[in-house]
Design a protein around this ligand. Structure first.
Ligand code: GLC
Length: 556
């Protein structure tokens, strides 16, 4: 693999032509932090690499693949949950915040992973699930034991449920016979929700952060962080006028607006407290899973940068495959960000269909890679997207995900969680036994070993993009400005830092396009999604092939 993973070398020229037509301009800000400069790679540990032959990935498997990740060129790994868990929601139902599930290894393995990660100059981010625990967590076992238990108020108990529904189908309340009240759970009933209004609970949760920070963890991805606080009176949510009429009957969540169950104004007070805990340690990073409209979403950066470093920005993931839609989304984000806020982009994760499937195929996946890795801000890359893994085919009887089990096969997230395809050995080099989810049918052609040996592969494109990005200040830290072009369905933008600039031109259409970039004469292609295309082009009119993206260094 080493030979194919050679670093690309590029020469950069300067340009000072000021007469360019720019539709938007954002100044570069302080970009000294690792979480600004580098790229985050999400590992779903169950599906990455199995070293103890049980068909489920483990921490030692992640250690085994660190050299691969280092050579790929990412800066940080984010691990989805590895905590002790009954695995009803595959680790997002945590039974102990301060340990490792034996399926994945133990604390010694985790410490080893931290030190191996750091030795390679990489950072490690872990998932933190503050909204709910497992019903097997000792706190909940105590809480449900009686109405007068000191931990009763650590969860949300009521005599009568309100109208809220669970994201995974059915009502968000379950009656507990033993203590005669209902408890709240907006995911499966085995995920009771914590009461963040209780100061003792908050103190206990902050200790769980310190536990991992002291072990050397560099940051947290905070699960559904905007949901931790609910309306104090737990009022009924209003009906959702845009609810999907074809949604399954038990999709109560989708039928209501999320007015009182998430994004409450007073949640920010607690996010500032969480940030305070991170700030007790050096240069740690808080990432949050958040949705919602820009004006409310942007508040999670804090009034002056005192909340999250990176509220996840999922917007591009949900846009249609159209240049205008992507450009509008990026420009709206840039315009909404206060000066201290650093952008970020996500194109795939463990909850969404694979990007190669969602955006329509492998050619689109190549262009999406170039867009993700050349916009201003921190990109997050989901395991397997670097080889173009597509949605797995999961026979109904093999569905594992509670969302798929409760809301129907077409909603199962298992499709994006199939084992990493390392090679064409039996079980794709992921395991030596039948894995927990079926290996995708295309693993013999689509795998890391095959793509590492093919200079034209998507994996090699990712690697070139990652190294080019890290070596180029304009790309990892520079300003962003969209450039208006008349070519239909093309997204063109300029990245600039310290007098050096790059122009990125992306053709979202299935046809060739002639692009004219006003204000420039010509430029050299330093990387194209078309393997080997490295010519100098005339900016008065050059062609982009179907779904082609190029990065250019302009000259006067
Ligand atoms: C987040 C996670 C998802 C999980 C849910 C409940 O959305 O990304 O996988 O099921 O929270 O914890």
């Amino acid at each position: 693999m080493g030979a194919v993973f050679n670093r690309a070398h590029f020469v950069f020229t300067h340009s000072t032509n000021e007469s360019r037509k720019l539709t938007f301009m954002q100044k570069p800000k302080n970009t000294n932090h690792w979480w600004q400069n580098g790229v985050v790679y999400q590992v779903y540990p169950r599906s990455f690499k199995d070293t103890n032959h049980d068909g489920i990935g483990d921490l030692n498997g992640v250690i085994e693949k660190l050299d691969y990740l280092q050579a790929l060129g990412v800066q940080a790994i984010w691990l989805s949950p590895f905590y002790p868990s009954p695995m009803v929601d595959f680790g997002y139902d945590v039974a102990d915040y301060c340990n490792v599930d034996p399926i994945f290894g133990n604390l010694d393995d985790f410490d080893h992973l931290v030190s191996e990660t750091h030795q390679r100059g990489l950072k490690i981010i872990i998932d933190w699930v503050p909204n709910h625990t497992s019903d097997q967590h000792p706190w909940f076992i105590e809480s449900r034991s009686s109405r007068v238990n000191p931990k009763r108020d650590w969860y949300i108990w009521r005599d009568q449920p309100n109208n809220w529904g669970s994201v995974f189908g059915g009502p968000a309340w379950t009656f507990d016979r033993q203590s005669g009240q209902y408890y709240l759970h907006q995911f499966v009933s085995e995920q009771p929700e914590l009461n963040w209004r209780n100061p003792e609970l908050r103190a206990a949760m902050y200790e769980t952060l310190r536990f991992w920070l002291r072990r050397g963890v560099d940051g947290f991805r905070m699960d559904v962080i905007g949901m931790i606080l609910k309306d104090e009176e737990l009022r009924d949510n209003p009906p959702n006028p845009d609810a999907d009429p074809n949604a399954p009957a038990n999709d109560l969540f989708g039928r209501l607006l999320a007015t009182y169950n998430m994004d409450q104004d007073d949640v920010h007070k607690f996010i500032r407290e969480i940030r305070g805990v991170l700030d007790e340690f050096d240069d740690r990073c808080g990432i949050g899973e958040l949705w919602g409209e820009l004006p409310r979403w942007v508040r999670y950066y804090g009034k002056d940068g005192d909340e999250l470093h990176l509220p996840f920005n999922f917007r591009l993931m949900w846009e249609p495959w159209q240049a205008d839609a992507m450009r509008r989304s990026v420009d709206a984000l840039e315009a909404a960000l206060p000066s201290f806020a650093w952008p970020n982009y996500v194109l795939g994760n463990h909850d969404q269909p694979r990007l190669a499937t969602r955006f329509g195929g492998q050619a689109q996946a190549r262009l999406a890679a170039m867009m993700l890795l050349t916009l201003r801000g921190t990109p997050t890359l989901y395991y397997g997207d670097e080889i173009g893994m597509e949605n797995g085919l999961i026979p109904p009887e093999k569905i594992q995900d509670p969302q798929g089990k409760n809301l129907g096969a077409e909603r199962t997230r298992d499709v994006a969680r199939t084992p990493m395809q390392w090679d064409d050995d039996p079980f794709a080099g992921f395991s030596t036994v039948e894995p927990w989810l079926p290996i995708s049918v295309d693993f013999q052609e689509r795998n890391v070993r095959a793509q590492a040996a093919d200079p034209a592969s998507l994996l090699n494109l990712y690697q070139q993009l990652l190294h080019l990005r890290s070596e180029t200040p304009a790309l990892h830290g520079g300003s962003y400005a969209a450039i208006a072009v008349s070519a239909e369905n093309c997204f063109v933008y300029r990245r600039q830092a310290q007098g050096a600039e790059c122009i990125v031109a992306l053709n979202f259409s299935a046809e060739s396009r002639q692009v004219c970039i006003p204000g420039y004469q010509c430029g050299k292609i330093i990387l194209s999604t078309t393997p080997g295309r490295q010519e100098t082009v005339n900016f008065e009119g050059f062609s982009l092939r179907p779904y082609e993206g190029i990065i250019l260094i302009p000259s006067k």
